[in-house]
Design a protein around this ligand. Structure first.
Ligand code: 13P
Ligand code: SF4
Length: 406
């Protein structure tokens, strides 16, 4: 690597706008019922423009409208809903699940002409890649992104990949991306022998990858990468962190050469709020408490918890637990509140006393669901997710490798 190239790879640090919006979105109470969209627009996040008629509809009017449209459209439409969707949206989902389950469902429902994905952009994009070509995928609000995915812009990842191949040599590092990433990054993995993982199959995917290479580049969540690396026997001093704003990610060529796991410096601002201190105070309040957290939490938090796993894992752990048990949960508040409501015989609470919904998931308001359904009734596909053929081809390879792992 020459000096000119190193200078070129220095970038001005920028925070994704979705990350800034998360921090302004925490609430002082856990009252989160949907209000007419006009009132919610006052919350300081970006919303996609929507026809004015949807702005003032009450929850009851929207419910009537969505019900009527669904009845007319019948089996032509399937609605997939991620566990973090608000109550007033998840109730319309034909299938609820974590990223892994929903991607499998998207791949196995060719009978539906339209898949409405109530989740975030990378999930809808994954559904687009895995479903049949004639099916159309819709994301009700196009501003529903993911701040973690936004921390790995495709161009920065492509530059980093070039630098790594130059320093380490071709075939010396295998790219593995978390589902929370753009289709372009999944395609980079597919083209270079790599694979996708979700929080529910990350250890299996690491095992798959280490059978094929001695070193992994893991994108974009450093915490899931570190937690999974430790589970797979990689030591902390065998891990390097890649800061996209520094030449060579802030590493020397020697550090990269001795690493077994290179972690892209991304994180989830919802999950990095959970701390060891919160776990200690939950244990003080309830000595028998079980602490379950998502693996996007920091290493310290994951290690202090009793168990960790995907949103589906957390849901099953609590739903299957004995009556009277007590659960402190480190994940997004809409799911925690739902689990508390569905399990009145147990004590279920969020580790973080300040309520912080995922502000991007929250952008799917029932008004947007009504809007895209009304569009279908009029023969219009509003907010269709498209992926160009070349990207789709390679991303599909990486996703299908993932679906084979478990
Ligand atoms: P799951 O795959 O566990 O549903 O997680 C997705 C996600 O975005 C968590 O923040
Ligand atoms: Fe992205 Fe975090 Fe929201 Fe999950 S909770 S969608 S990782 S910002």
């Amino acid at each position: 690597m020459n000096a000119a190239k190193l200078e070129l790879t220095t970038k001005k640090p920028t925070l994704p706008i979705t990350e800034i919006e998360h921090s302004g979105f925490c609430k002082s109470s856990d009252e989160l019922p949907a209000k007419p969209l006009m009132e919610e627009l006052k919350v300081n996040v970006r919303w996609q423009k929507i026809p004015v008629e949807y702005l003032h509809l009450s929850a009851e009017e929207l419910d009537r409208r969505i019900g009527a449209a669904r009845k007319k459209l019948g089996k032509k439409v399937i609605i997939l809903g991620h566990h973090y969707q608000r109550e007033e949206v998840i109730e319309y989902a034909d299938i609820q699940g974590d990223s892994y389950l929903l991607s499998k469902e998207a791949a196995s429902r060719p009978e539906a002409d339209f898949i409405i994905f109530c989740g975030v952009h990378f999930m809808a994009e994954t559904a687009r890649i895995l479903c049949a070509p004639q099916q159309r995928v819709i994301l009700p609000n196009m501003t529903a992104g993911c701040s973690m995915a936004d921390m790995a812009p495709s161009d920065d990842v492509a530059d980093a990949w070039d630098d790594l191949e130059e320093v380490l040599g071709k075939g010396e590092v295998l790219p593995v991306t978390y589902m929370n990433s753009t289709a372009a990054i999944k395609a980079l993995c597919g083209r270079n022998g790599g694979i996708v993982c979700t929080s529910s199959n990350a250890p299996g995917v690491f095992e798959w990858a280490y059978k094929r290479a001695g070193r992994i580049l893991f994108l974009p969540d450093q915490h899931l990468g570190r937690n999974t690396g430790l589970k797979s026997g990689v030591k902390l001093d065998e891990m390097a962190v890649w800061n996209p704003f520094k030449p060579l990610g802030g590493n020397t060529p020697e550090q990269l050469k001795k690493s077994k796991l290179i972690l892209w410096r991304g994180h989830c601002s919802v999950h990095t709020r959970f701390t060891v201190k919160q776990i200690e105070s939950a244990r003080q309040r309830y000595p028998d408490v079980k602490v379950v957290v998502h693996p996007e939490c920091t290493m310290e938090t994951v290690q202090a918890a009793d168990m960790h796993g995907s949103t589906e894992f957390i849901r099953k752990a609590i739903n299957n637990a004995p009556s009277g048990s007590v659960w402190a949960v480190g994940t997004e508040i809409s799911l925690v509140n739902r689990l508390a409501k569905q399990n009145p015989d147990k004590v279920v609470f969020c580790l973080d006393p300040i309520v912080c919904p995922c502000s991007t998931m929250y952008r799917i308001h029932p008004a947007y669901v009504a809007w895209v359904l009304d569009g279908l009734l009029e023969g219009q596909v509003v907010n269709e997710i498209k992926v160009d053929e070349e990207t789709k081809k390679h991303a599909q390879v990486a996703l299908e490798r993932m679906l084979q792992v478990r």
